[in-house]
Design a protein around this ligand. Sequence first.
Ligand SMILES: *Cc1c(COP(=O)(O)O)cnc(C)c1O
Length: 324
Amino acid sequence: MEDRIKIANLPTRIIRLDRFSKEVGKNVYIKRDDETGIEISGNKIRKLEFSVKEALENNCDYLITCGGIQSNHARATAAVAAKLGLGSYLVLRGHEGEELEGNLFLDKLLGVKIRFVTKDEYRYKRLEIMKEIKKSLEEKGHKGYIIPEGASNGVGSLGYVKAMKEILDQEKNMGIKFDAIVVTVGSGGTYAGLYYGNRINGNLATIYGFNICDTREHFQEVVLNLLDEISIYTGKKIDVTKDEIDIIDGYPGLGYALSRPEEIEFIHHFAQLEGIILDPVYTGKAMYGLAEEIKKGSFDKHENILFIHTGGVFGWNREQRGLL
Ligand SMILES: *Cc1c(COP(=O)(O)O)cnc(C)c1O
């Protein structure tokens, strides 16, 4: 299970959100996975510790991956590749000449190669395109390793199986029990890893995911598949049905990476309460969702809620900033 490279800044802190807790009338804590690093910050690095280990074991010298134009995952991959002396090739949904800011700017500084693709190419052909890139690299004597979107596959999700163990150790030290763990769902690997880790350790917390794109139905399927893939690596299957996957829908808003004024207003409010910056694409929507659901009573049966801050601060773009 410890088949990983050690590159993330772990364990990450868990702190109580005193002022936010008072406001919503619940004990809410936050795990600062946005502090796993700077260039490698966020949840993706936990997954990459395992994926990149597999790449190195296979003697690969190029990491190939994909994401949106402002992908946190792509940026983290680029930074890890640079650190290890590997090449990196990103397939990004967007076009050349897009404003050079946030993660895209960092990608360029980190020296990646980029293939820009259209929405449809990304949706239907990204794996094919990554395989083509792998093939063309082979012709130049390189060996590429393909990491899927968000590193959300069996091996990547092991990063959050391990994170769950970290949370259980921290609970012991803190003398607290979290009965609800809340995370954003974008490609599902973070949720799946936590869910698997929760079950395999016999822990009884409920794992909640707020999807920021697609639907509850879609992610229940995705997570079930990922749980199967994880068990290939661990050798232990868990017994789970679709209805047990607690995805709370209703907060994608205008869709992936698109923000509504009320979401930005919430992030602004939260920043002033806690001195913590959420991102507009993932954690801002999920924390907004959590606050709304607490108001509605959906968390009444829970005592101590742990929210995972999965990072994303470099994802802000001009349009989102303009809503402030
Ligand atoms: C990718 C990402 C997520 C979603 O994690 P998945 O494992 O893809 O579901 C959440 N927050 C941030 C900041 C991310 O970059």
